[in-house]
Write a protein that binds this ligand. Structure first.
Ligand SMILES: *Cc1c(COP(=O)(O)O)cnc(C)c1O
Length: 376
């Protein structure tokens, strides 16, 4: 019997059945009232999840398409301060290098942002700042509000990747002064991969490059979205929009505050399991930085091999993530995003606990029980 694997990694995440069914149908015209209504539903719910009144457009492409759209439209030829404390911060830095004069504000993965270096870069004339709100590679949440204040003070545009925070954690795009915020469909929205949602402030519209990319021209997306029916400039991934609409309706039904509280509880339960096992969480947090509410990065004990441990977990039907790049073999990551809950988390933790034992690590205490206490 071929059995589906349960994805408890930081995206993609399991897709609820009604979301899958929403895209399993005959093709529809993307220049129709029906498509326009679906797009409008997505935008309405996204604006709530972003906490923004800014324009919001949806691009057919994964989260990285949204990241590149942001940089290519407002940061071309500009001085860009790129905050890097993990893999995705590095990605925004690499994209920035292609379009402008990128300056890396670097700290070790999973350690606090170097705010002093950022201030220095702003004083030296940085016009754009990039930040990963929830750095998925390291399980750390960065101080977006604080950084937004610095951007405002120095009149710099603030680009924030909220790909693993928006719709799963508190995000306040308008309050924090985020000029361009980005998320992706396959993370906290629990929709299929392939759509990037991007909000754009009036300040960002005023500072658009005169030389935008063609496919990722944000102004073209705004223009098409302002029409009746609401449209995209080119043929969008229609089935994905229909699926995202259904995922958005589920978010609306649950209510955003309840959804965020649920995500916080889920991540707290995994943190409690790690503590019971006697395994440290990977991020080094401080007053401004916290553990992620959507992905928990846990350090491996000496002697436990990543491939072996996650291999056992996978054989029993669940996929958790390892570390990326230099963190491979050093950490493993459990995603708690989207439509999952106690059944998925507790089975993941039970199997992980078993795999640890098989790999020669005797856990200090029962992580499953500790997590159940939090979830119950
Ligand atoms: C997953 C992720 C991305 C990349 O998204 P893709 O959909 O793979 O292009 C970007 N930033 C963060 C923080 C992510 O977790």
């Amino acid at each position: 019997m071929e059995k589906e694997l349960l994805l408890m990694m930081p995206g993609p995440v399991p897709i609820p059945e009604r979301v899958r069914l929403a895209m399993s149908r005959q093709a529809i015209n993307h220049r129709s009232a029906e498509f326009g209504a679906a797009y409008a539903d997505c935008v309405r719910v996204c604006k709530t999840a972003f906490a923004t009144k800014n324009d919001l457009v949806i691009i057919s492409g994964s989260g990285t398409a949204g990241m590149e759209a942001a940089i290519a439209n407002v940061a071309r030829d500009k001085e860009i301060a790129c905050i890097v404390n993990g893999k995705f911060g590095e990605r925004l830095y690499k994209i920035s290098q292609r379009y402008g004069k990128a300056h890396e504000i670097k700290s070790d993965w999973g350690t606090p942002v170097n705010l002093e270096a950022l201030k220095a870069q702003l004083e030296a004339g940085a016009q754009v700042v990039t930040l990963i709100h929830n750095e998925t590679s390291a399980g750390i949440k960065n101080p977006a509000e604080e950084i937004g204040k610095l951007c405002k003070k120095h009149d710099a545009l603030f680009i924030m990747d909220g790909i693993t925070s928006i719709a799963g954690d508190t995000v306040e795009v308008d309050k924090w002064g985020v000029d361009i915020a980005i998320t992706g469909s396959q993370k906290c929205f629990a929709a299929p991969a392939g759509l990037a949602m991007v909000s754009v402030s009036s300040r960002a519209w005023e500072r658009m490059t005169k030389n935008p990319p063609y496919y990722l021209d944000l102004a073209a997306y705004r223009k098409s979205a302002a029409g009746t029916p609401m449209e995209t400039p080119y043929t969008p991934a229609v089935p994905l929009f229909l699926a995202l609409r259904e995922a958005c309706l589920m978010i609306e039904e649950e209510g955003l505050p309840a959804r965020i509280a649920r995500h916080q509880k889920m991540s707290k339960s995994v943190q409690a399991a790690a503590k019971a096992w006697g395994l440290p969480l990977f991020p080094k947090i401080d007053k401004l930085h916290t553990y992620s509410s959507t992905v928990t990065a846990i350090e491996y004990p000496a002697g436990v091999k990543d491939d072996d441990m996650r291999g056992i977990v996978k054989k029993m039907g669940i996929v958790i993530a390892g570390g990326q790049d230099h963190l491979k073999g050093k950490i493993f990551r459990i995603g708690t995003m989207g439509a999952v809950g106690a059944p998925e988390i507790l089975s993941t933790l039970a199997i992980t606990q078993h795999a640890m034992k098989k790999c020669g690590y005797t856990v200090k205490g029962d992580g499953v029980e500790a997590a159940a206490e939090v979830l119950g």
